[in-house]
Design a protein around this ligand. Structure first.
Ligand code: HEM
Length: 213
C-alpha cells in the first residue's frame, strides 16, 4: 500500500515536471519567436523578460521544496532554495500584475489580476508562517502557492483542450470562451487542493472527535 502510494506520487511529479518543461519551452517559443516582445524596452520587452526570468524560478525550484528526501538530507539547501522560490514568486507576481493590466484580452484581466494577487499573498504567507515556526501552516501555504505557480501550466493545457479538442465548444463567443478557461485555470485547481488539504481533513476531524466522545 505504502509502495503504491509512493509510486503514484512519483508518477504525479514526473507528469508535473514534464508538463512544466513542455509548456515553458512552448511559451518561450510563442513569445520570443512567434509573437515578439513588443516594440520598445518599456512596451513591453522589459516586463516580458523580467516576468519570464523570475516566474520560471518557482516552476523549477517548487518540486525540490516538496521532495521529502531532499528536505531531510539537505535542509540548508531547502532553506536557501525556499528564499529563491519566494523571490521568484514575488517578482514574477508583480510583473504579472503589469502584464495582466496591459494584456490585449479584456476578459482575462480580472482573473489574471486576482491570480497574481493570490500568488503574492499565499507565497508571503508561506514565508511569514515559517518565520514564526508554524510548520503546518507553512506547508499548507506552500501547497497553495505552488498550485498557483502551476496555473501557468493549467492555463496552457486548457487552451490546448479548447483549441485542439473542442473543450467548451458549447460557448460560441470566442471572448467568453477565453475568459472562461482563464478563470478555470486557477479556480478549479485551488478548489481541488482546498478540498484535500482543508475541507476533507475538517470533515474527518469532526467524525473522529464525535467517535471519541
Ligand atoms: C501564477 C501567476 C501568473 C500570472 C498572473 C501570469 C500572467 C502573465 C501574463 C498576463 C502574461 C502576458 C500575456 C500576454 O500579454 O500575452 C504572461 C506571460 C508569460 N508568462 Fe506568466 N503569469 C504567471 C505565472 C507564470 C509562471 C509560473 C511562469 C513560468 C515560467 C510564467 C511564464 C510566462 C511566459 C513564458 C510568458 C510569455 C508567453 C505568453 O505571453 O504566453 N508565468 N504571464
Amino acid at each position: 500500500m505504502k509502495d503504491k502510494k509512493k509510486l503514484i506520487i512519483r508518477i504525479t511529479w514526473a507528469i508535473i515536471i514534464l508538463f512544466s518543461s513542455y509548456y515553458f519551452f512552448r511559451a518561450i517559443n510563442y513569445r520570443f519567436v512567434k509573437e515578439g516582445l513588443g516594440p520598445t524596452f518599456w512596451n513591453k520587452q522589459f516586463w516580458f523578460v523580467s516576468h519570464i526570468a523570475t516566474a520560471v524560478i518557482p516552476l523549477i525550484t517548487g518540486p525540490f521544496q516538496f521532495w521529502t528526501w531532499f528536505r531531510k538530507h539537505y535542509i540548508k539547501w531547502h532553506r536557501s532554495l525556499g528564499k529563491v522560490y519566494i523571490i521568484g514568486c514575488l517578482l514574477g507576481g508583480f510583473s504579472a500584475i503589469y502584464l495582466g493590466i496591459t494584456q490585449p484580452y479584456p476578459g482575462s484581466v480580472v482573473p489574471t489580476l486576482i491570480l497574481a494577487s493570490l500568488w503574492l499573498f499565499m507565497t508571503s504567507a508561506a514565508w511569514i508562517t515559517i518565520k514564526r515556526k508554524n510548520v503546518q501552516a507553512h506547508r499548507l501555504f506552500m501547497i497553495r502557492s505552488y498550485t498557483l505557480t502551476l496555473a501557468f501550466v493549467f492555463l496552457r493545457i486548457l487552451s490546448d483542450l479548447v483549441y485542439k479538442h473542442n473543450f467548451l465548444s458549447f460557448i460560441k463567443n470566442e471572448e467568453v470562451k477565453d475568459a472562461t478557461y482563464e478563470w478555470m485555470s486557477w479556480v478549479v485547481p485551488v478548489l481541488v487542493v482546498e478540498f484535500f488539504i482543508s475541507w476533507l481533513p475538517s470533515l474527518k476531524k469532526a467524525k473522529s472527535s464525535t467517535a471519541s466522545r
